[in-house]
Design a binder for this molecule. Sequence first.
Ligand code: TYD
Ligand code: MG
Length: 454
Amino acid sequence: MPRPTSRYVCSACGAVAPKWAGRCEACGAWNTIVEEAAEALPGPAARGITGGRKIAFVPLAGESAPPPRTPFDIAELDRVLGGGLVPASVVLVGGDPGIGKSTLLLQAAARLAAGGARALYISGEESVEQVRLRASRLGLAAAPLALAAATSLRDIAASLEAERGVALVVIDSIQTMWLDALESAPGTVAQVRACAAELIRLAKSRGFALVVVGHVTKEGAIAGPRVLEHMVDAVLYFEGERGHAFRILRAVKNRFGATDEIGVFEMTDRGLVEVANPSALFLAERRGNVAGSAVFAGVEGTRPVLVEVQALLSPSPGGSPRRAVVGWDQGRLAMLLAVLETRAGLALSGADVYLNIAGGLRITEPAADLAVAAALASAATGRPTDASMVFFGEVGLSGEVRLVSQAEARLKEAAKLGFTAAALPRRPSAKGRALAVPQGLAAWEVGHVSDLVA
Ligand code: TYD
Ligand code: MG
């Protein structure tokens, strides 16, 4: 066994550094490198690997059934998982403290238990009384969910080994779990990794689905869930802006389904409520006829979502102008400003620019370019965009508007919400089948950003 000495580990990504540094070389995070005792569990490597059994190889060609699924009956959650929980799979749910992870998983586990499956909820953060109190507030007091407050992984492992027919185990949170074989404190990279490995082994051998909660902290004081991302089958992030009631569940990795799928919830005093029609919610507070506002017809995963893009320009008091962005990419905004200035003749470089995606949604699609350009052009000219129009399309460096995927889904959602016009990329005439434009919607094909301004 190697002599225990100390080593330096990044608490965000788990990379091992030879000495302490302010910034992790591997993931670029600041102030995340912490000193840890270098210790190794006595493993096969220490004993030499002998006595293995032969594995059987099979031809690649062959029938495999899709994995069976147990739906939670919470549509927003099931869709993000790819249609429900896969037995013996491991899901990591990450997010800021206080965002609602415990609430979501308590509701989900209770729902599954109410459907007759055996579900266990193990909390390392709250006492049984606290969880009960929360459950009664959520109206789940009568759910046949098995509850425990525990942090010792040795005890948890022994209890799970003795269980039969468990469908789901929730561990809230991985940072509170500890294995007494390791000297490091709970929450350190070594503990988080070892505890997760043991839980995953149990899930695979006992056949239950495991959902592990992991807090993300910017300070890196406790190990970030990124350490775990490669160990699990699916990684879901629970996000939301503080002060907003919306919570978005986003799949960033999923071995059994699509990523970039989102589920939308609203945090209420009775817990998380599914939002079946997020477009209506995101547009609810929109005021027509205001300069600097444009509605983007977006697609998140398989689902179209309309959101309002807001831009505000104000004269810069000199020096370098401010560019503040909420919900969109800073670099992309800089690019669009340059394109609008050079290709469409809008004078923007002397102004402070503020861009906001209303409602707290974070947009990553390049298709939002045209809506952002419309909002900026509208703010610059003081003329409101047509309030009954949606925008989508990617903008290139020469100002050309490029085609984006799923145009028809976007148009359909816009028509459903009562919009009567859509600005979209011009389709080259050679480009196959004509676009199906819903009745009552006028399609305005835009070839260049300067057409927006004109
Ligand atoms: P929680 O699920 O404890 O967050 P996490 O596990 O991610 O740390 O959520 C805590 C917040 O949610 C807390 O600020 C209170 C709020 N909340 C509600 O608004 N309504 C509710 O019904 C519940 C249970 C919590
Ligand atoms: Mg919690």
